[in-house]
Design a protein around this ligand. Structure first.
Ligand code: FE2
Length: 275
C-alpha cells in the first residue's frame, strides 16, 4: 500500500504488561519492543491470553477487560514515547476452553477486524474441533488457529490441521517452530505444513521476557536457505498486513524443505534448548 511503513507485521505476542505469562512490567516491554524493532517489525497486534469461558461471565469479563485496558494504555504510552515508528494494535489469544465463547467484543478481535486468534486448551486437540470452528465461522468470526504444529493429540501427519483449514480457519505457525525451539516434532510438523501450502501466517508468539526472542531473524534465514524467500514475504509481511486491514490472507505456494543430515542433528540439538 502506498505510503505504508516498510517492515514486518506481527500478529501474535504477549507484550501487554502484567496480564499474562508475557511481559511482566514496562522494563520487559522496553526490551521486547526493542527486540521486535531490531528484527524489522514495524506493526504489532499484541495478543494477551484470555480464556473463552470468561466471555460468558459478564462481571468477570468486564473486570478482566478493565485490567487489560489499563495495562494496554501503559504499553501504548511507552511505545509512543520510545518507539514512535512502531504501530501498535490489540487483540487477544482466545483459548477455546468452551465450545461457544462470545467474541462480539471488538477488543477480542485482531485490530477490531473479524479475525480472532484462537488456541485449543492445554496445547492439546480436544475431541471435537469441527463444530467449534463451524460455530465461530457462522457467527461471523474468522478464526486464526495459533501454532497448529504444537498441539498434542494431532495426528502424526497433521492432517487435522488441513481439515480446520478446509472449514475456513487460517493457520498461524510460530517462527520459533521453524528453527526447532519447540522440539523436533513441532518443527517437522511446521515444515510439513509449509510443504502442503497450509501455512497462512507466521508470527512470533513472543512472550516478552528478556531471555526470549521473537525468532523472526532466524526463521527468515532458515526460509531463505530453503529457497522460501517468496513464501516468507507472504507469510511474515503481506498476509499479516492483509489481516490488519481485514482482508483474508493470500494462498501461499508449497515449499518443499529438504533437510539434510546435519540440519536434522541441529534440529534435535536445538529442541533441547530451554525455551
Ligand atoms: Fe501465544
Amino acid at each position: 500500500m502506498r505510503g505504508e511503513t516498510r517492515g514486518f507485521t506481527d500478529l501474535h505476542s504477549h507484550l501487554v504488561p502484567g496480564v499474562d505469562d508475557g511481559a511482566r512490567n514496562l522494563g520487559d516491554v522496553r526490551v521486547s519492543l526493542n527486540k521486535m524493532w531490531q528484527a524489522g517489525v514495524r506493526r504489532i497486534i499484541t495478543t494477551p491470553h484470555l480464556d473463552g469461558s470468561l466471555t460468558r461471565d459478564r462481571a468477570l469479563f468486564a473486570a478482566r477487560m478493565d485490567e487489560m485496558d489499563e495495562a494496554w494504555g501503559r504499553l501504548v504510552e511507552l511505545s509512543k514515547e520510545e518507539f514512535p515508528g512502531l504501530a501498535l494494535h490489540r487483540g487477544h489469544e482466545v483459548m477455546l476452553d468452551i465450545p461457544d465463547p462470545d467474541l462480539s467484543d471488538s477488543r477480542l478481535r485482531l485490530a477490531g477486524t473479524s479475525f480472532v486468534l484462537v488456541e485449543w486448551p492445554g496445547l492439546r486437540v480436544p475431541p471435537s474441533t469441527g463444530p467449534v470452528l463451524e460455530r465461530l465461522l457462522s457467527s461471523g468470526v474468522k478464526p486464526i488457529i495459533a501454532h497448529p504444529e504444537r498441539y498434542r493429540g494431532l495426528d502424526r501427519g497433521g492432517n487435522m490441521a488441513g481439515e480446520w483449514r478446509d472449514r475456513g480457519a487460517f493457520l498461524q505457525v510460530n517462527y520459533a517452530s521453524l528453527v526447532g525451539r519447540y522440539g523436533d516434532l513441532a518443527r517437522r510438523r511446521a515444515l510439513g505444513f509449509l510443504e502442503r501450502g497450509w501455512v497462512d501466517l507466521l508470527a512470533s508468539d513472543f512472550h516478552g521476557r528478556p531471555h526470549l526472542s521473537p525468532s523472526l531473524t532466524e526463521a527468515r534465514q532458515a526460509m531463505a536457505d530453503w529457497g522460501g524467500g517468496t513464501q516468507f514475504g507472504l507469510l511474515a509481511d503481506v498476509n499479516p498486513k492483509r489481516v490488519l486491514r481485514g482482508e483474508d490472507p493470500l494462498p501461499v505456494h508449497e515449499l518443499f524443505v529438504k533437510t539434510g543430515f546435519w540440519d536434522r542433528i541441529r534440529g534435535a540439538f536445538q529442541s533441547r534448548e530451554r525455551w
